[in-house]
Design a protein around this ligand. Structure first.
Ligand code: UTP
Length: 447
């Protein structure tokens, strides 16, 4: 893109102020600014301006009902596992990790996936995810392609982490990195913001940016070529997640679902998690901020919370559903933030109060579009303990303690005793569950 083209694009959407300091910019700064402007689509600017004009809509959740949530046991569990194992063995399952977030609460300088979480080896979060993908594929004799969404800010460091670690044992051809989009921030009047004379303030477009990025990068086409049908979605910060676990995959397939969600019982009525609700024949994720106190505290006939289940963002998608949704516009969520801004003379000021909006898309906004959805309960302590904050709840300390507790439970089930206080760590490629430890333990004993 050259100056004239940039000016034309910006004029078409009332943003020509982005070139205000052009004459003062170095050659390199000019090139960078033009490259940024090339990513700005006038239709997206209008879309953001419309979202601003409408303001943050709080949808009415008062008519929402609790959806039917399956708790699989006995024969039903065995049947779901068998269906999942069939899907895995047929090579129809992919793993999809969203790792493009900024991790601002953790305050770690780098991709969150590179953060050390192994209690013994200090292995990064990516290690546990990748080794689980590897182990699950090995167990069923069909590699699971691993799609990793990054952002412009962390893509290079993410790829380097995988390369430095020899892809954690995965075959490089089965790992597909793709980068989510960036959206410009805006003032209240719908003007994009320069945070330096030659730089437009932009931020990642949220985990919902996944859909457009999957399509743009060719990842969706790659999935299709490989014959993928079920796409297991998870977040980077939870090393307890059971990636592509057969019961969940199987239940999704049995239900002929387009969008399946694993749900766990809330730890308290006001826990800050999204709650899926049913509205007629549709489902929608209701954020905790959209629920009334009465809804949070309401009890069902069984004396338990009526809206008992929250979503830890562990999903299975039908690939064809993702394809269908990838071409549609998603709703935008607004976040009012402190954004550095240049003044008329080109000096950068850091505001003390929020002054501009960031725009994000959330993946669960496609739930109402699913022709069929399914909900499966699981035990939170077995599969969910995210690293969100530097300290306190949902921090590295709580996550490591939960990892330890899970592994110690497996070892105890396999009859292995561990001295109290000794840190343990299990490589997922060695054992994906207690049964693996038992089997390998027996093998070793027999040698
Ligand atoms: P979070 O909502 O926890 O956001 O992301 P975050 O950016 O990681 O952390 P904070 O809020 O700044 O502290 C949940 C998941 O969604 C991914 C994250 O990488 C994480 O796996 N995500 C989030 C993206 O991939 N892209 C985004 O734009 C936002």
């Amino acid at each position: 893109m050259n100056y004239a083209e940039a000016e034309k694009v910006l004029k078409s959407c009332g943003q020509e102020h982005a070139l205000a300091f052009w004459k003062k910019l170095s050659k390199k700064e000019r090139e960078q600014l033009l490259a940024q402007i090339a990513t700005i689509e006038p239709k997206n600017i209008k879309y953001c301006q419309n979202a601003l004009a409408k303001g943050a809509e709080v949808p009415d959740s008062s008519k929402g009902k609790a959806p039917k949530v399956a708790v699989l046991k006995g024969k039903k569990l065995a049947e779901a596992v068998a269906a999942g194992e069939k899907e895995l063995a047929a090579g129809r399952v992919a793993a999809l990790l969203v790792a493009g977030g900024q991790g601002s609460r953790l305050g770690y300088d780098g991709p969150k996936g590179c953060y050390s979480i192994g209690p013994v080896t200090n292995a990064p979060l990516f290690y546990f995810h990748a080794r689980k993908v590897l182990a699950r594929g090995n167990r069923y004799g069909a590699p699971i392609p691993f799609y990793v969404m990054t952002s412009e800010a962390n893509n290079a460091a993410t790829v380097k982490c995988f390369e430095d670690n020899n892809y954690f044992g995965l075959d490089k051809k089965d790992v597909f990195f793709f980068t989510q989009g960036m959206w410009p921030g805006m003032t209240k009047d719908g003007k994009i913001i320069l945070d330096a004379p030659g730089h437009v303030f932009m931020s990642p477009d949220g985990h919902g940016g996944l859909l457009a990025a999957l399509k743009r990068s060719g990842a969706l086409a790659d999935m299709k070529k490989r014959g993928i049908r079920s796409v297991f979605f998870f977040q980077v910060d939870n090393p307890l997640v059971e990636i592509a676990d057969p019961a969940f995959i199987g239940y999704h397939v049995q239900e002929r679902s387009e969008y399946s969600l694993k749900l766990c019982a809330k730890r308290d009525p006001f826990e800050k998690v999204g709650v899926p609700m049913q509205f007629g024949s549709q489902y929608r994720m209701v954020e905790y901020t959209e629920m009334t106190d009465e809804q949070c505290k309401r009890k069902g006939k069984d004396g338990k919370l009526y809206f008992l289940y929250g979503s830890p963002a562990i999903h299975v998608f039908d690939r064809a559903f993702l394809e269908r949704e990838a071409s549609k516009n998603m709703p935008l969520h607004l976040a009012f933030k402190k954004i550095p801004v240049v003044d008329g003379k080109g000096c950068v000021a850091k505001p003390s109060e929020p002054n501009g909006y960031k725009f994000e898309k959330f993946i669960f906004d496609i739930l109402p579009n699913a022709k069929r959805a399914a909900f499966l309960a699981f035990d939170q302590k077995d599969e969910f303990s995210p690293v969100k904050n530097a300290e306190g709840a949902d921090s590295p300390a709580t996550c490591k303690a939960d990892l330890q507790a899970k592994w110690l439970k497996w070892l105890a089930e396999a009859g292995v005793s561990v001295k109290k206080g000794v840190p343990v760590e299990i490589d997922p490629a060695y054992a994906l569950d207690a049964a693996d430890i038992k089997r390998i333990g027996l093998c070793l004993g027999a040698e």
